[in-house]
Design a protein around this ligand. Sequence first.
Ligand code: S3P
Length: 560
Amino acid sequence: AYHDEVLAATSHLPHLIAFSLVDTLAGEDENLDIFRYAAGGFRDFTRIAASDPVMWHDIFLSNRDAVLRVIDHFTHDLDQLRTAIADQDSATLLRVFSRAKAAREHFSKMLSGQAYVTKNSEKQVTFRLQPGGRISGEIRVPGDKSISHRSIMLGALADGITEVKGFLEGEDSLATLQAFRDMGVTIEGPDEGFVRIHGVGINGLQAPRGPLYLGNSGTAMRLFSGLLAAQPFDSELTGDESLSKRPMGRVADPLRAMGAVIDTAEGGRPPLKIRGGHGLTGIHYDMPVASAQVKSCLLLAGLYAEGVTSVTEPAPTRDHTERMLEGFGYHVYRDIATASVTGGGRLTATAIDVPADISSAAFFLVAASIASGSDLTIRHVGMNPTRVGVINILRMMGANIEVLEERVIGGEPVADLRVRSADLKGIDIPEDQVPLAIDEFPVLFIAAVCAEGRTVLRGAEELRVKESDRIQVMADGLTVLGVETTVTPDGIVIDGGQTMAGGTVNSHGDHRIAMAFSVASLCASGSIEVTDCANVATSFPGFVELAKWTGINISAGGAE
Ligand code: S3P
């Protein structure tokens, strides 16, 4: 019975459609022309209409019930498409076609034995680096990851069509994009960084058919939890092995205080099971950790909450959510360390130009600083004051970074950065810079190794709960290369000037660790191999090619 049910859909219905289509067209007056001009699509599609008529007659009659069920389903959906065409309803057409395209690609992957979303832990990518090199040229790194996530989220919830340029086609932001498609939002692209989002309005999301898989992305999971807590439907958020270990209590607890119903796995870890249909009420929340993800989660929940939701941060964190909400016409009241929204408003579609990601530029800022004879320009880099810690810290260390052509694009400051090699010196990193450079420490540790004197980092315990424990994993990698460091609970002490030898470093699937050790090769004395690098694609697709182009001696090997 199960066989007949499945085959009715996957084999019998396609045969019926092929027979029927060919018969219909053969009956048309211009049938000769139709067949003469039939293109490859028609030929591919109707190949099975040449199958044995007697056998298919028997099959349809013997599997009558299952075939009728699937014909009814198909006829209903075909009718909907007919209506969409008749009504010039382009949103429905695009939604159905993009969903079908994604499903068709899934189907090809399944046939070749891959999962729907290929888990990076199953791909083995190793970076191989030869020591030395000089960095030069003019580059643009991919779009900002934080802004890319938010552009999809707010674009989906807005009234109207939002066009995004410079969208990061990395796996993290693509996971966000796919999740919104799964909730019924029509999204065209991405096509060379261009995305068109057909907003469904603040209350227009539909229940996803299954759990939303967010890959490696902590930002997606934390921001989604705020949004989904306020929806009328239930949802479940899952992720890869690394994401499944990351703390979600930091968002679940304040959301519960707003009235949300959320279950987590042990220790507040994913998956998150969110029960829909619970009205939220605004709260004031004093964040115990300086986290833009927690702040953004609560502000997004606050769009739906009764009254005012306000969040006070212990130190400034990236404010892309606040800026972008304003860009979509939703007022965010801001007062020094506090951001507040009043629930019940609407978002209006807008155009977004995503700047290049300063967190990706950071690898090249350090690379060109430590490799002698370097001179590199990085174009269109996002210079939001809550993100420029890496430039501040490198300049304190003596880096030669010029900020050129400063401008504001779509509410975000942008500039070109020219960086030339410099003799770096170790510093005590001011604690107020930590949240402003939170993702850049792996590569800043490499700068510290190449600097003269001691660099001390404190107040950075958050690094232990990123995609990996970035303090320990960096220290372990440096040990392999013969560099001694002192790890503390909230930071590290690195004495610069130690010789960095070659060796095999495990990145623990953390994209920023993999890229940091690629940069390290510029001042290493031997060749370096970095394992478990597939996740570089989460934030920096094309890293290897770009790094090679600028002068890093890198190649990638391995298999899926
Ligand atoms: C992000 C915030 C930061 C950062 C992450 C992206 C965001 O995390 O590390 O890569 O887009 O809001 P926390 O806010 O948790 O520190």
